[in-house]
Every structure is written in C-alpha cells, then in structure tokens.
Design a protein around this ligand. Structure first.
Ligand code: PEP
Length: 262
C-alpha cells in the first residue's frame, strides 16, 4: 500500500481540506507538494488534499512521512465488478488515499448523483476503510424558497442512514451558490447552517456522536475569510476548491486557520 495512512480517531479538531477537482497531473501533484510542505510545516490544522485519481499515488508518495493526508473526490458504490470507467474504494486505498469526498455538489448537479447513490457510496467507503466526507448543501433557489433546512436534513438523513454510530465520517456543508462563485456565506449564516446540521446529526445518532462529528464549511473560502469562519462554534474546518490549486494560496489559508472560538 503506497503511503496510505490510517486516519485513526478523527473527532472534532481543525481541518483544511483541499479539493483539486479535475486539475493537476501526477507530476504536477508531486511538484505542488514539494512547494507546499515547507510552507505549512508545524501548522495547526490537519491538512487533507482530495486529488484526481491518477495523482493519488504520486501525491501520497510526496506526502509520505508528513501529516498531509491524501484522498479522492469520488468512488463507486460497488466493491468491484463489470462497471467500466468506475473506481473502487479498495483501489483508491491501495494507491494511497485515506479519505474520499462523496456527494460533492458537482457530482450531484452535473452528474446527477442522488441521495440514494451517495448513501451507498458512504456505506461502501466505511466498509472498505476510507473516511467519507459527505458533502451537502442547498441551491440558491431552494434557499430563497425557504427550503434550505429541509434539503440539508434530507441529504444528511438519507446519506447517513444505517451508518453505525461508531463510524468515522465528516460532513461538509457547502451551499451550492457559494461554490466557485466568490460568494461566501457570512460566518453567521454558515454557523446557523452548521448548528442546524449538528441538530440533524443529533436526531440521527444522538447527542454524544453529534457533538463529535467534524463539520466543515466550503464555498469560496480564502485566506482573508477563513479565520472568521472557523471561529464559529460548530465549524471545525474548511473545504477549499479554487484556492487550493496554488500552493501559496492554500498555505495562506492553512496558516490563517486558527481555532480561537467566539
Ligand atoms: C469545492 O469545490 O468544494 C469548493 C468549495 O470550491 P470553491 O472553494 O472554489 O468555492
């Protein structure tokens, strides 16, 4: 197994997760890490990078011996089989992935992934020992129509149905209207949504587990807004898309991400 790390017990802490989307070849991934690592040495947050499938091995190799965790952005719900073009959790693990983003808004809205499919992927990731980060979020029109909470509750309940309480998973709240648009939720809006998600987790798993699940905020996070976001009581870190692509921008986010709670 190439550089795959066991994330062990990942209760609430402070996390900065980068999502490279469909950017960076294997060679570019290695060069990125070579540049990033000295800039984030000794940084407080745990750093995780969700990279393209073909860059997992080289990123994991470049991150070996560091506290940077490499993961994937999607996977199949099947263990293996005649599914041309799909990729299995076990393949990702062997390549060096420790975690996987599931239900990212681009998967839901561009590729038509449903809550049911995402739920099966969550279960598969847990069974095959990859930490799932379940991404949820409402569109602008659903928020304007007053349905944001209903959407979040449904995505959480369906996505996490039957998940054993002792399982390790993260939830990322990413309002669709804030992803890649430059529009960030205000810290208060983000905190309100996170508090609501934690209440939903309490309905599903009970108080103790709900208080332990790391909840990340995603949507146009930059070095100048990260500190205010992670100061909020229920925000345990951030999921960063566009601003994770440049090592200097991503390092600035990591280094501005401080845990002082308001
Ligand atoms: C994302 O892709 O998960 C994301 C939050 O993107 P961005 O930071 O570019 O809004």
């Amino acid at each position: 197994m190439l550089g795959s790390k066991n994330l062990g017990s990942m209760n609430r802490d402070l996390f900065v997760v980068g999502n490279w989307k469909m950017y960076k070849t294997a060679r570019e991934a290695a060069a990125y890490l070579e540049e990033l690592l000295p800039m984030v040495e000794g940084a407080r947050p745990k750093i995780m990078l969700a990279v393209p499938y073909t860059s997992i091995s080289s990123a994991a190799k470049a991150a070996k011996g560091t506290e940077v965790w490499i993961g994937a952005q999607n996977m199949s719900d099947a263990k293996e089989g005649a599914f041309t073009g799909e990729i299995a959790a076990l393949m990702l693990k062997e390549a060096g992935a420790s975690f996987v983003l599931l239900g990212h808004s681009e998967r839901r809205h561009t590729f038509g992934e449903t809550n049911e499919l995402i739920h099966r992927k969550v279960i598969r990731a847990l069974q095959d020992d990859l930490l799932p980060i379940l991404c949820i979020g409402e569109t602008a029109s659903l928020r304007e129509a007053g349905h944001a909470e209903q959407v979040l509750r449904e995505q959480l309940k369906k996505g996490l149905e039957g998940v054993p309480e002792e399982s390790q998973f993260f939830v990322a709240y990413e309002p669709v209207w804030a992803i890649g648009t430059g529009k960030t939720a205000t810290p208060k809006m983000a905190q309100d949504a996170h508090a609501f998600c934690r209440d939903c987790l309490e309905e599903i798993f009970g108080k103790k587990k709900a208080a332990q699940v790391p909840l990340l905020y995603g949507g146009s996070v930059k070095s100048d807004n990260v500190a205010e976001l992670v100061k909020q009581k229920d925000i345990d870190g951030v999921l960063v898309g566009g601003a994770s692509l440049e090592p200097t921008h991503f390092a600035a986010i990591v280094n501005h991400c401080k845990k002082e709670k308001s």
